[in-house]
Design a protein around this ligand. Structure first.
Ligand SMILES: NC(=O)c1ccc[n+]([C@@H]2O[C@H](COP(=O)([O-])OP(=O)(O)OC[C@H]3O[C@@H](n4cnc5c(N)ncnc54)[C@H](OP(=O)(O)O)[C@@H]3O)[C@@H](O)[C@H]2O)c1
Length: 386
């Protein structure tokens, strides 16, 4: 039986994880949940799952949840908040598997704490792999902890990797849908609205990752995530635009063979894989073979999607450049969502922040968080300067 701690339980991945728990009650239980600010969703999850511990992003949200639970006569749930709260959720002794699905570096300390506590982690939170992947992987190796990727591309790579030894891998191909602006003429990019950018052609996801998919920064973060998870250089990780999102990724081996993973575009499948690895269990997430009738692949257009180029440059530079890439993007995407900047201003902001980022390699989580805070400050001043 897997007893789950779910970080980011009220998000898209968190909710999909709970749907898996609902489908397989004989395999999974919920021990602890970390939400952010959505008190209503957290309350509904407390009612349904009766976890031992629940964390909210800040004290007022925890108080609001406490009041809702009291009014409903629900007792016996330990309420915590903030970073310490997420760490408590991730390290509850009864939990024997942690799903890391908080968006952004807010999930970093809890993910690290889970690894240090020796718990296997299903990792969806790509930003923490980008910012601190080397530290997290080293901690996982030292503690002999399994990190299982939930991000669909890395999950696909993980599955393909089972077909050969790590030293037999020549390259990894991450597929990208290309987002909603794959064919939009470059001269129209300045007029892209928030509403248009939030319409992803194939996946339903949280807001940040949806905008990141539209700029293709998401694929750039995934390149760095793949380097960390599979211990390969950036030059060995390639991107192919595949609008159908049918093949989730491919691995080419030294003999020239390529293994690909295909499945429905439903995050429950990679989550189920991570939760049940190394087993495979029956599911109704059946792939429709007629989807194979049309499979297209194009090289990415670095001129229209400069975020992808910036991510490769950050991957090569490593250290603080990866942290700054993610932090600057988070600030720029927030400004775009608030309609304060245009779509092309997102890569412009990131590029300016990267130019001001020192070549350093943080070796602790607190150094990562300091570098993250300083990149955010630079990003805010770049935005303020217009
Ligand atoms: N969605 C996908 O299909 C997908 C695929 C691959 C990878 N990922 C990655 O998975 C992660 C989650 O993505 P998502 O799409 O599920 O995002 P989402 O729907 O925006 O959910 C984010 C979750 O993080 C919580 N959260 C935000 N700030 C927090 C804080 N300061 N403290 C504690 N919790 C906080 C949110 O809580 P509230 O809602 O309560 O505020 C919510 O539960 C991201 O790193 C994303 O890149 C997602």
């Amino acid at each position: 039986m897997k007893h789950l701690a779910i970080l980011g339980s009220t998000g898209s991945i968190g909710e999909s994880t709970l749907r898996i728990v609902e489908t397989y009650p004989e395999r999974f239980t919920v021990v602890s949940l970390a939400a952010g600010r959505n008190v209503e969703a957290a309350f509904a999850q407390c009612q349904r799952w009766r976890p031992r511990v629940v964390s909210m992003a800040d004290e007022p949200f925890a108080e609001a949840l406490q009041a809702r639970l009291r009014a409903a006569g629900i007792t016996g749930i330990e309420l915590v908040y903030g970073t310490a709260g997420t760490v408590r959720v991730a390290t509850v002794p009864e939990a024997n598997f942690v799903v890391s699905a908080i968006v952004g570096v807010a999930g970093l300390e809890a993910t690290y704490a889970a690894i240090m506590a020796g718990k296997p982690v299903g990792i969806a939170n790509k930003e923490c792999m980008v910012a601190a992947g080397e530290i997290l992987m080293q901690a996982a190796r030292q503690r002999n902890v399994t990190l299982l990727p939930i991000d669909s591309e890395h999950n696909a790579v993980h599955q393909c990797m089972r077909g050969g030894a790590p030293q037999e891998v020549r390259s990894i191909w991450l597929t990208a849908s290309g987002g909603p602006f794959r064919t939009l003429p470059l001269e129209n990019f300045a007029d892209i609205t928030v509403e248009q950018a939030l319409k992803h052609p194939t996946w339903v996801m949280g807001q940040r990752i949806t905008i990141d998919s539209a700029t293709m920064l998401n694929k750039g973060l995934e390149v760095i995530e793949a380097c960390r998870l599979f211990d390969v250089p950036a030059a060995a990780v390639k991107v192919s635009v595949h609008p159908q999102s049918t093949i989730h990724s491919l691995v080419q081996f030294v003999d020239g063979s390529i293994l690909a993973q295909l499945s429905v575009t439903d995050m429950r499948l990679p989550i189920l894989y991570a939760l049940t690895y190394p087993e495979r269990v029956e599911s109704n997430l059946t792939f429709d073979m007629s989807s194979l009738a049309k499979l297209e692949f194009f090289p990415p257009d670095f001129a229209r999607f400069p975020c992808l180029r910036l991510a490769y440059e950050a991957a090569e530079a490593g250290g603080e450049h990866c942290i700054a890439l993610n932090a600057a993007d988070e600030i720029a995407v927030e400004a775009f969502l608030q309609k304060r900047i245009s779509f092309p201003a997102i890569p412009r902001t990131i590029e300016q922040v990267l130019r001001q980022t020192p070549h350093r390699r943080p070796s602790t989580i607190s150094e990562v968080l300091q570098a993250d805070a300083s990149a955010r400050e630079i990003a805010r001043s770049v935005l303020a300067a217009g």
